[in-house]
Design a protein around this ligand. Structure first.
Ligand code: PMV
Length: 334
């Protein structure tokens, strides 16, 4: 297809929630039930370019191949939203690739939609500030709202429904200056998940008797997490993050039927984290919609933590991440 406009290219990094987003109050607008808080990473970025093309359909290349099925539909639907905002009909060519595993609970949709929102807004000449970009990215994947920003980021649940909810549900960076933790990512399975987080959230909120209690406790966790970050208290941050994540998995396990992302390998890593703590190393685990475990610790302890986890066996490989930057435009030229 003939290219008719400038190219906008962006890069965005995944984020890992320390207080989780789990459950929507509005599926169409991606309004969450509760607020969440994350750390943006400096590994596994997504790079995305968007340019206008002639012709009736979008051309979408995902990790080197033409996108098909649900992945394609999700990107097209997102582009339709951008086009509606811009009042334009032009089709686009999107080329996107993830440096890390896709759909494995390693936040590829967060970096992916943060990068796509940033590049598509530039290509369609929408002039959006960080808050508006965060609200836009939210419509691709809720967690993407947080990857617009670097460092520690809170995503406000927002107040009300409809437009009021949409306007008030955005992410913003919070302090945390002086905090420089490491997140040791223990990859036990690179494969894509069998149940999407969207479907799992829907089932969990609709059927788990544990969902409401978790959501209520998560509101308290978020408030406590903010004060723990403000006083740079890594053990408190880790304790809150670990209990919040295990609670989220409890809501999934008690959905009807139950949803289980944890594998025996995830449990082996959780056991190793307990053993590290028994040895006096402040290390804390969090797990998303997949079996991989992320372990929060100090930068200085990260080599020891990763050595212990790597030593568990061939089933685990680690990558150590630190605090990373927000999404950015890397090129916007003719
Ligand atoms: O935005 P989604 O659909 O990728 O959902 C993310 C859900 C969790 O990763 C499990 C939690 C979170 O807050 O990122």
């Amino acid at each position: 297809a003939a290219v008719t406009g400038p190219v906008a290219e962006s890069v965005a990094y995944p984020n890992i929630a320390l207080v989780k987003y789990w459950g929507k109050r509005d599926e169409d607008l991606f309004l969450p039930v509760t607020g969440s808080l994350s750390m943006t990473l400096d590994i596994f970025p997504t790079t995305t370019s968007v340019r206008m093309i002639e012709g009736p359909t979008d051309v979408i290349e995902f990790n080197g191949v033409a996108a098909t099925g649900a992945a394609r539909t999700r990107i097209e639907t997102f582009l339709d939203l951008v086009r509606a905002r811009a009042g334009r009909a032009d089709r686009a060519m999107v080329v996107t690739s993830n440096a890390g595993p896709t759909g494995a609970g390693l936040a590829s949709s967060a970096s992916g939609f943060a990068a796509l929102a940033t590049a598509a807004a530039a290509a369609y000449e929408l002039d959006l500030d960080g808050r508006a970009l965060s609200r836009l990215a939210r419509r691709g994947s809720g967690s993407a709202s947080r990857s617009i920003f670097g460092g520690f980021v809170v995503w406000h649940a927002g107040e009300g429904e409809g437009e009021a909810g949409d306007l008030s549900s955005y992410a913003e960076p919070i302090g945390g200056d002086g905090l420089d933790p490491a997140l040791v990512v223990a990859v036990v399975n690179q494969g894509a998940k069998a149940v999407s987080s969207r479907a799992a959230m829907r089932e969990t909120t609709a059927t788990s008797p544990f969902y409401r209690p978790w959501a209520e406790s998560s509101v308290l966790d978020l408030a406590e997490m903010r004060t723990a970050i403000a006083r740079r208290d890594l053990p408190a941050i880790g304790e809150i993050a670990e209990r919040n994540a295990l609670g989220m998995h409890a809501t999934m396990l008690t959905a009807r039927p139950g949803i289980r992302y944890l594998s025996p390998h995830s449990i082996a890593v959780l056991d190793a984290v307990l053993a590290l703590r028994a040895d006096g190393i402040p290390a804390y685990a969090t797990i998303d919609a997949g079996p991989n475990v992320k372990v929060l610790c100090t930068r200085a302890d990260a080599p020891r933590v990763s050595a212990v986890l790597d030593g568990l066996g061939d089933f685990v490989t680690t990558r150590t991440a630190h605090i990373g930057p927000g999404a950015s435009l890397t090129t916007s030229s003719a």
